[in-house]
Design a protein around this ligand. Structure first.
Ligand code: HEC
Length: 138
């Protein structure tokens, strides 16, 4: 019954690999849909795609809009308004790394919202923007 013993070993081995990968995964690993659901729940409002697009594209009293660095078509690369460094697309359908780490998302939203709006973005603003970005498909 060598075969059975081997397959049992493989099952145990695979199980411990899965467990190790789970433990090693970043604590904030998530998906765009999960982040959208969390912001929507926190805001208590239904996310609005058109409002998200307007928020992202318009200026809010400061020099830059979100689009100044991410372009008004976030399915393509952006360019930092100051350093001119390339920024990969914001829409998750065009960049699978986007919105997969909630700590990263929150860190950049805090910084960027302060630059563009002069304060942190509200949870409903975040939900609207994310709903718009998710709505952009290949
Ligand atoms: C001055 C340039 C600049 C402006 C203006 C700007 N961003 Fe960004 N943003 C960046 C850079 C640089 C990064 C980090 C690099 C990267 O993630 O590719 C980033 C990252 C992000 C991320 C992280 C996405 C993720 O992968 O989780 C979000 C969300 C974001 N920006 C949203 C916004 C929104 C919303 C606005 C407007 C309120 C805005 N940004 C304005 C430069 C900018």
């Amino acid at each position: 019954m060598q075969l059975i013993r081997e397959s049992t070993f493989m099952t145990r081995f695979a199980g411990s690999v899965v467990a190790t990968v789970c433990i090693a995964a970043p604590a904030y690993a998530t998906t765009p849909a999960e982040q959208l659901a969390a912001y929507a729940a926190q805001s208590g409002q239904v996310p609005q795609v058109a409002k998200g697009q307007a928020f992202f594209t318009n200026k809010h009293g400061a020099e830059w809009s979100c689009a100044s660095c991410h372009t008004s078509n976030p399915t393509v690369d952006g360019k930092h308004a100051k350093t001119e460094k390339r920024i990969s697309p914001m829409a998750p359908a065009f960049n699978p790394d986007r919105f997969t780490d909630s700590a990263k998302t929150e860190k950049w939203l805090r910084r960027n919202c302060n630059d563009v709006v002069g304060r942190e973005c509200s949870t409903s603003e975040k939900a609207d923007v994310l709903a718009w970005l998710i709505s952009l498909k290949q």
